[in-house]
Design a protein around this ligand. Structure first.
Ligand code: SF4
Length: 266
């Protein structure tokens, strides 16, 4: 079974439903759980195709008492998540993570991190994010800021000022990749003072034409400017995320990516 959407909404309902049938046989459990909003049980749906190698014609419940449509569950609040367990045995050891934003308003055409998790939501600073940071840093000195595009939090400057305080001088800060045209000197400065040596930007391609195709609203000069800001703020390395093989790509688009990387290195 698959829970669709935000766990804040679907997990409590799932646990309640599961407790009611935990000692039942598997078929009874699955049929009962399929009634939970947002809970999709693939074995209770039949998939038919237009022809054997053609597109899907329909996905239909196998019985009338199984919901015909499974609706993604959406958390509408502005309290987002923070780690509840911090351990050296985690994939990212000893790091306390706070979610800064969920989804992303940019809608780059290929981006599941944006489309699958819409709408764009931002953490409330006073009521949720900053107290969570304080709580987490009582346990560990490693902090991770999570989100598809954290620098697009409308109060991101305030978050940087908060983490930049002297009382957090021994904290090591990690962030996910950021939108290229939001790399500022201040961001680079706070990261380098918080024991981070590099920043990752998702440029996708060095070709302006190709970035337009995928709705990546970014020009090559902005990429160069991000590199300049990162260096001026004290960072030692810049990592680029990109793609080749995008539909519509031509040889000259790949060449443009190589030219862009040479320009950045210079
Ligand atoms: S800016 Fe990044 S996170 Fe946002 S839609 Fe584009 S690729 Fe996705």
């Amino acid at each position: 079974m698959i829970l669709l959407g935000d766990g804040e909404v679907s997990i409590p309902a799932f646990i309640d439903a599961y407790q009611a049938v935990r000692h039942a046989d598997r078929a009874t459990q699955l049929r009962h759980l399929a009634q939970v909003p947002g809970l999709y049980v693939p074995s209770l749906y039949a998939v038919t195709y237009d022809d054997p190698d053609g597109p899907i014609a329909a996905i239909s419940p196998i019985d009338a008492d199984i919901p015909a449509i499974v609706t993604k569950q959406t958390h509408r609040g502005n309290t987002l998540l923070a780690s509840s367990v911090v351990t050296e045995r985690a994939a990212w050891p000893d790091i306390f993570m706070v979610e800064v934003v969920r989804s992303c308003p940019e809608m780059c055409r290929f981006c599941l991190a944006s489309y699958l998790t819409l709408p764009f939501r931002v953490a409330d600073l006073e009521g949720s994010l900053l107290p969570a940071i304080d709580r987490g840093l009582e346990t560990t000195r490693r902090l991770g800021l999570l989100g598809a595009s954290i620098t697009q939090h409308p109060e991101f400057e305030t978050i940087l000022d908060y983490i930049g305080q002297a009382k957090f001088d021994d904290v090591r800060l990690s962030i996910a990749s950021v939108r290229t045209n939001t790399v500022t000197r201040k961001l680079a400065d706070v990261l380098s003072r918080r024991d981070t040596r590099s920043i990752t930007i998702a440029v996708e391609s060095g070709s302006d034409r190709l970035r337009q195709i995928i709705n990546k609203k970014l020009d090559t000069d902005e990429i160069a400017q991000a590199a300049i800001e990162a260096k001026a703020g004290g960072l030692k390395a810049l990592k680029l995320y990109g793609m080749v093989g995008i539909p519509g790509e031509e040889e000259e688009d790949v060449t443009a990516t190589i030219a862009m990387m040479k320009r950045l290195k210079k």
